[in-house]
Design a protein around this ligand. Structure first.
Ligand SMILES: Nc1ncnc2c1ncn2[C@@H]1O[C@H](COP(=O)(O)OP(=O)(O)OP(=O)(O)O)[C@@H](O)[C@H]1O
Ligand SMILES: [Mg+2]
Length: 367
């Protein structure tokens, strides 16, 4: 890429890139150092995006606010002690991490909460699909890959990358000898994950340069459906004569019976259960969420001079249909698209004014 430019220009570009990186580092580090949101404030921010899941949002907001507060405070102290070198400060900083496990049905906001929270704090966020790891069998081989993903999400800045959030998706699929799954390689993958979560130092070879990156300060959030985990907890509850909501009784023991390694689960002290979304939740997602798919369509139509309006009954019909599909809020997007696909095609340019969608309209489109 540099073949056709002068050495002088090349230097200038590289210098500029270095300045940009440094600026980004300062901004990200500054944001963490000055992180001052209380768990209540962070939860209020999450409320703008995530409907329902009160228990989930509360626990997540608390764990994340404390993690970054602690990291920020430790960084501030380290920086004050040794001449403003973030890399050194990061190395000296000890932050006992409270990694989080999210348990709940598909499409109910697990990954989304983690993503929104990372965005609100201003740290890089990556999703790693655990089923990929079980194919290769060795997480050790892929540790570097996770670090590279973080580095990319951090715009190439290694220090920022080391303060990010890694979401381990489908963690339940690497359970070994479990009731639900029989993945013999699962145990090996879980053992490999242990090291990563404790904090490994890894050298990433980028051709031109070699970077040393560590996961010591990375916050890990693992998510999964954990099908039939409720039955495992319920069985133990029955045995001891406990009654009530299984979610209040969940122990490491139950996750071990499910097939998770005790040592691994020990490193995820914060457990959160997410609920199946209700019809009302699904309707609220359509009408109230800041990133709602319906609001996006309303906005799109507006640019063509069309005012899209859904009646309450129409919204309910969409929510009910979405519930039947059992894909949580994910179903809303495809159903909305099915309802509107003809209008999306024909209306722009041929119609302006009110476009009202009622229950009958939804039913006809979804036949
Ligand atoms: N409670 C919610 N409030 C608002 N939007 C939601 C909610 N739950 C899900 N969504 C929407 O649905 C999409 C899918 O949700 P998400 O990725 O969080 O599912 P998940 O719980 O991680 O499911 P899976 O177990 O399949 O990974 C989100 O990107 C978001 O747009
Ligand atoms: Mg997910």
């Amino acid at each position: 890429m540099y073949d056709h430019i002068s050495e002088q220009s090349r230097r200038r570009i590289l210098d500029k890139m270095e300045i940009m990186r440094q600026q980004q580092l300062n901004e990200a580090a500054q944001q963490i150092i000055e992180f001052a949101k209380t768990p209540v404030e962070l939860k209020a921010d999450l409320d703008r995006f995530i409907v329902g899941q009160e228990r989930g949002k509360k626990t997540m907001a608390t764990a994340i606010a404390f993690h970054y507060r602690r990291l920020g405070h430790a960084l501030k102290t380290a920086l004050a002690e040794n001449s403003k070198d973030i890399e050194q400060a990061l190395r000296q900083t000890r932050t006992p991490k409270a990694n989080i496990v999210l348990i709940g049905p598909t499409g109910c906001g697990k990954t989304y909460t983690a993503e929104v929270a990372s965005g609100l704090i201003g740290v890089p966020f990556v999703v790693e699909d655990m089923t990929k790891f079980s194919e290769t069998g060795y997480v050790g081989q892929n540790t570097g890959d996770i670090l590279i993903d973080l580095l990319v999400a951090a715009g190439g800045n290694p220090q920022v990358a080391q303060m990010g959030v890694v979401y381990l998706d489908e963690i339940d699929k690497i359970a070994g000898e479990a009731i639900a799954y029989r993945d013999v390689s699962g145990r090996g993958v879980q053992k490999g994950l242990l090291k990563l979560i404790e904090g490994v130092e890894n050298t990433v070879d980028l051709g031109r340069e070699r970077l040393s990156l560590s996961t010591r300060h990375v916050l890990f959030i693992a998510g999964g459906v954990f099908e039939k985990l409720d039955a495992i907890v319920q069985k133990r509850m029955d045995l001891h004569g406990f009654s009530g909501d299984w979610q209040d009784y969940l122990l490491t023991e139950d996750l071990v019976v499910f097939g998770m390694e005790r040592q691994l689960m020990g490193r995820f002290p914060v457990r959160v259960t997410y609920d199946m979304l209700t019809t009302q939740n699904l309707m609220d997602i359509l009408t109230q969420c800041e990133e709602s798919p319906l609001q996006a369509y309303i906005h799109d139509f507006k640019t063509w001079g069309i005012e899209l309006v859904f009646t309450a009954e129409a919204l309910k019909a969409i929510a009910l249909r979405s519930q039947q599909e059992r894909t949580g809020a994910r179903g809303l997007i495809s159903i909305l698209h099915r309802v509107l696909s003809e209008d999306l095609f024909r209306r722009p340019g041929s119609y302006t004014g009110l476009l009202q969608v009622d229950e009958g309209y939804v039913r006809r489109r979804l036949q």
